[in-house]
Design a protein around this ligand. Sequence first.
Ligand SMILES: NC(=O)c1ccc[n+]([C@@H]2O[C@H](COP(=O)([O-])OP(=O)(O)OC[C@H]3O[C@@H](n4cnc5c(N)ncnc54)[C@H](OP(=O)(O)O)[C@@H]3O)[C@@H](O)[C@H]2O)c1
Length: 306
Amino acid sequence: MKAAFIEQYGGPEVLRYGDLPDPVAGPGEVVIDVVAASVNGADWKVRVGQYKQSKFPFALGRDFSGVVSAVGEGVTDLKVGDTVFGVCEAGQEGAYAEKIAVKAAIVAKRPEGLPHVDAAALALTGLTALSAIEDTLKLKPGEKILIQGGAGGVAGFAIQLAKHIGAHVITTTSAANQAYVRGLGADEVIDYNAADFTKAVSGCDAVFDTVGGDVAQKSFAVLKPGGRAAFIASGAQAPKPDRGDVSALRPPVGRARRHLERIAELFEIGAVRAPEIKLYRLSEAADAHRVSEARHFRGKLVFKIR
Ligand SMILES: NC(=O)c1ccc[n+]([C@@H]2O[C@H](COP(=O)([O-])OP(=O)(O)OC[C@H]3O[C@@H](n4cnc5c(N)ncnc54)[C@H](OP(=O)(O)O)[C@@H]3O)[C@@H](O)[C@H]2O)c1
């Protein structure tokens, strides 16, 4: 099969496009013929060696949409021809490929009206936003939330989800992406180049930070006493709050079919739609990584594989 893979850690130039052996479905697994796979921030972190893998070469990529082409022993709830989408198990890479073998239990049926490209774009971003907003922050109707990095993939889903829950949503973005985040439903938008969000925002019940670094650390300032903040771009641990009356949380982002089914349900009831998508071919993986790593694009970058 064709794949975009690495044989060593390094810059975008280490990405190769070529042949890797076809995967086989082990017990409890299905092989999926991948139609679309998305680029996530984790992919270039894997590429540079931040998350080590045991052997080279290996294909990158953590989420996909496609068609089941083989079923392993013991799989009874999926069959060849089912159209599915999903996120690899934690620690597994390999969606930048024509085929991938994954645990059947963490794959979900793709809703008919959701194109493969959109399903791939919503998989890890949606699962992450659900883990943060619903499971970790437990956001409630009427609460005020600041979502940092509104034009990104995870935040774009989170804005729509928070609005669906009935929260008041404030988000940060550069001037070029203000109309985009308003279109996703943000009530208030702060251009982070023109205003200091710690001065423009206060009294929040919750913060969801998808930016990391200083932005993450400074986010505690906008919380009201008892407020809670969730962080996904600060590594495995949430940053330590500089005040004692708020909580800092790290969403677990566990892989589970129920989360994917929740994404499908939210799509079907019209609560979330796919982000803006820029399409790439697998042979252009290095270009896609350069754009992703620069961290100033809108929505998602997606490989259309077949
Ligand atoms: N399992 C997990 O824990 C998990 C899962 C998914 C993602 N993540 C992490 O979450 C982070 C977000 O990922 P993503 O794919 O949604 O987006 P991303 O590609 O990392 O971020 C892109 C967006 O960030 C915005 N941005 C950059 N600097 C900003 C700033 N100072 N303030 C506000 N916005 C800013 C950019 O908008 P502008 O151009 O307008 O600046 C751009 O739209 C990444 O670090 C990723 O690795 C973790």
